[in-house]
Design a protein around this ligand. Structure first.
Ligand code: SF4
Ligand code: SF4
Length: 445
């Protein structure tokens, strides 16, 4: 089997992002393979600790992916503030004889340094064109946990576990390795909070993560963090606003100051993303929809809503609203140029992470979340068949069947884009719906 087949069989997807199947990312040749080690979401501490604890594995996984796409160079992008991690990786790259192929580049502590297009520009000075992907400028990007998963797949282990930071206004912050399919409620019980119902939980980072309506879901391969905050915290109140409320408030209160545009990371890369114009489109019935169409250039980083707007409006939510409407009508933004230059003011308008953390009221909780050994003993696990972009996996096990940890339980349908899923613990299949496979955990006979 070549590496792509190994990765496909192991069910590897982008860990932490949208969950794009990794084997499909490695089908084309590219000049650079980039490691996204930015971890720019406040409070999350997964990648930085994985790179410290598993440097050889991550280096080897990245190298293997780079060789597969015939990249002439591999670059690891890590924030300069993680000097110990950087020194360790540089030493291991040299010790493994890879100094001619791989280097570590220090990223500035800005938000969103981990946005794929910002990362590509910071590491290569190239700009991914509008509505395009890094491959267009000769780059393939994978994140640290994905590189680790590639190395593990090469050693015969599919993806059955994921690393998660539990953070926020809680007594015990930690980063834990969790079997895929665990109940989220059981995971966050580790944080030391007596009554979880007093809290709201953000699934993911504080910036891009979404508010969980009830903490009833299950861990997937792309779960990266849970942030617990009191229900009256600024972020929770802000994330609780419905799209309809965002639309009504935006119509009446947007003062067209264009701060959301001036600080928008995609606008600063030279793209036509101008959220103030999308907000303007709310108030006027603009013919032609040009201003609504630029909403499709939004990466949903949330900087405009949580940092830039002086009157606390919701340009990102409005962008999402228009994205949905345009998609229903089959309308796609058509770029008018192929080459882009960063705006001349970009260097002065980058968002410092520390200022962002203060602005969103998280400074008091911006603390270490050390890797902690926890042995989870769930009674059941619920493994989703769609944890990734593409077609859901098709179950290949039946109710009553005994399965072993690492066993394939859902496969990619035909030649579709998708990812396989595996049992994360030994047990017996007790449920099999179109959405998930439920396993009663127990010993395998
Ligand atoms: S969420 Fe806001 S700041 Fe981020 S890309 Fe979209 S418009 Fe720009
Ligand atoms: S920053 Fe806020 S008030 Fe200013 S244009 Fe954007 S949405 Fe309107």
């Amino acid at each position: 089997m070549d590496l792509q087949d190994i990765i496909k069989a192991a069910g590897i997807i982008g860990a932490g992002g949208a969950g794009f199947p990794t084997h499909a990312k490695l089908t084309s040749k590219a000049e650079y393979i980039l490691l996204n080690g930015a971890e720019c979401e406040p409070l999350l501490r997964v990648d930085q600790q994985l790179m410290e604890q598993f440097p050889d594995e991550i280096i080897r996984g990245l190298e293997a992916a780079g060789r597969t796409i015939e990249a002439r160079k591999a670059i690891m992008g890590i924030k300069g503030k993680h000097q110990e991690v950087i020194a360790r990786l540089r030493a291991r790259i040299a010790a493994l004889g890879l100094a001619g192929y791989m280097e570590v580049m220090e990223l500035r502590d800005i938000y969103p340094a981990g946005d794929e297009q910002v990362l590509v520009h910071e590491l290569t000075a190239r700009i991914v064109p509008e509505v395009s992907i890094p491959l267009k400028v000769g780059c393939v990007v994978i994140n640290s946990e994905t590189a680790l998963n590639i190395w593990q797949a090469m050693a015969g282990k599919p993806v059955t576990q994921t690393y998660i930071t539990i953070a926020g206004d809680i007594p015990r912050r930690m980063t834990v390795k969790v079997p895929v399919g665990m109940a989220i409620r059981e995971v966050i019980r580790q944080c030391g909070v007596e009554n979880i119902d007093d809290y709201a939980v953000i699934d993911g980072g504080p910036m891009m993560g979404s508010l969980m309506n009830n903490v009833a879901g299950y861990v997937t391969k792309k779960s990266k963090g849970y942030v617990l905050l009191k229900k009256n915290h600024f972020l929770i109140r802000k994330k609780s606003v419905s799209v309809d409320q965002a639309r009504v408030i935006g119509r009446t209160a947007c003062e067209q100051c264009r701060m959301c545009t001036d600080l928008c990371p995609r606008y600063l890369l030279g793209h036509n993303m101008q959220p103030h114009k999308v907000m303007r489109a709310l108030s006027y019935n603009l013919a032609g929809g040009q201003e609504q169409q630029i909403a499709q250039l939004c990466c949903e980083c949330n900087a405009c809503e949580l940092f830039s707007c002086p009157v606390n409006l919701h340009p990102k939510a409005v962008n999402i609203l228009y994205k949905q409407k345009l998609s229903e009508q089959g309308i796609k933004y058509q770029p008018t140029q192929l080459e882009f230059q960063p705006r001349s003011a970009r260097e002065y308008r980058l968002i410092p992470s520390k200022r962002l953390v203060a602005k969103i009221g998280l400074t008091a909780f911006d603390k270490p979340a050390p890797m902690t050994q926890v042995e989870f003993r769930p009674e059941t696990i619920h493994i989703a068949l769609r944890q990734h972009i593409g077609a859901p996996a098709i179950p290949v096990v039946a109710i009553g069947e005994q399965v072993k940890a690492g066993q394939l339980i859902g496969d990619i349908p035909g030649n579709s884009l998708g990812a396989a899923v595996h049992a994360s613990l030994d047990g017996t299949v007790i449920g099999n719906t179109e959405h998930s496979i439920v396993i009663k955990v127990g010993s395998y006979v």
